[in-house]
Design a protein around this ligand. Structure first.
Ligand code: HEM
Length: 307
């Protein structure tokens, strides 16, 4: 059985998270890139830092033939209701996602890797995030309630099954969402609850979902989306965490895994009403500044590709 990168299935994340997105420069030497990634893996293993390595479509195909089906770069998603809301596309070639209780150790290891990649890969963006209270989003709502239950179902939801291209790997959606927290906090609690489709105090699912609710867009069911009488389909598992920048920008770093990419795209298109649906009201208060898809290959594929 192919082995997933262990940090994908580890829900006990360290409270400090670091996302680094990179792309190759002209004349990049793949041999150097491979050796830096190998050292990064070893450094993280030595310090017990959780590391997930995700590759964009262009770098993955240069590293291995074990490429999953239907792996597409992130493309701009636009609303169709005249609101101008959109989910930006900022596809890069490599993502390091690291988490640990020790921010200093993460900083040092990613710094060393970035220095060693100079002249071969540029850092396109990075974000440091943290765990807020009881897995809260900055809106004050609990984030993660609808994740696969029990947690060991994450493997069946997120990992490409054996026998398929990319077996043991996982598709990643990584997006930095910017919240209008002041606007959000002006809404009454019942309005806020209608936006998510869950209660604020304890994340109880509202029996009747407003058409604009987040759950009415992302809770995919075998019948209509959000119809809780039908079984769920195409589940994903999320590991999102909040961030706060020095300039006052705040929001959620959305991070999700799935064994196919289409359900990630389907949910985003629904949220933006890209196919004429009602837009997710959450996008009145939050929109992404970045968006990329990556694939996190199995440990065996990584070992062979980086050797
Ligand atoms: C600003 C961005 C976002 C925020 C603040 C947010 C927050 C939330 C909250 C509070 C819930 C309800 C509790 C829970 O189940 O976790 C939820 C559910 C969920 N969200 Fe989001 N979310 C965001 C973006 C997204 C995106 C981009 C996707 C997928 C592409 C997504 C997929 C889901 C799924 C699958 C559920 C669970 C549905 C179920 O119960 O089956 N969310 N989200």
């Amino acid at each position: 059985m192919a082995t997933p990168q262990p940090a994908i299935l580890n829900r006990s994340m360290g409270e400090h998270q670091w996302y680094v997105h990179l792309s190759r420069t002209d004349g990049a030497d793949l041999k150097v890139i491979k050796s830096v990634i190998q050292k990064l893996r070893k450094d993280c293993a030595d310090k017990k830092i959780n590391l997930v390595l995700g590759f964009g479509p262009t770098l993955l195909k240069d590293l291995t033939k074990d490429v999953p089906s239907d792996f597409q770069p992130f493309e701009l998603i636009k609303s169709t209701d005249g609101s101008g809301r959109e989910a930006k596309a900022t596809q890069e070639e490599l993502l390091f996602w690291m988490n640990s209780p020790h921010k200093d150790q993460i900083w040092k290891i990613q710094w060393d890797a970035r220095q060693a990649l100079k002249g071969h890969m540029n850092v396109a963006r990075e974000t440091m995030t943290f765990i807020y209270g009881n897995s809260l989003d900055m809106t004050g709502f609990i984030d993660g309630t609808g994740n696969p239950d029990p947690a060991d179902r994450d493997r069946e939801v997120a990992i490409v099954p054996d026998g398929q291209p990319g077996a043991g790997g996982s598709f990643i959606l990584a997006q930095r969402w910017i919240h209008d927290l002041e606007g959000w906090n002006k809404q009454s609690i019942p309005e806020q609850e209608g936006v998510f489709g869950r209660t604020k105090a304890d994340s109880t699912r509202l029996a009747v979902q407003p058409a604009h609710s987040h759950l009415a867009h992302v809770e995919l069911r075998q019948g209509a989306t959000g119809d809780a009488t039908k079984p769920k389909r195409d589940e994903i598992t999320r590991r999102s965490t909040p961030y706060a920048f020095h300039d006052g920008t705040v929001g959620l770093y959305f991070m999700a895994f799935c064994k196919t990419q289409a359900p990630l795209r389907e949910r985003l298109r629904a949220m933006y009403g890209a196919d004429g649906q009602v837009r997710d009201k959450l996008t009145d208060y939050s929109n992404p500044a970045s968006g990329s898809f990556y694939f996190a290959p199995s440990t065996e594929t990584l070992n062979a590709a980086l050797a």
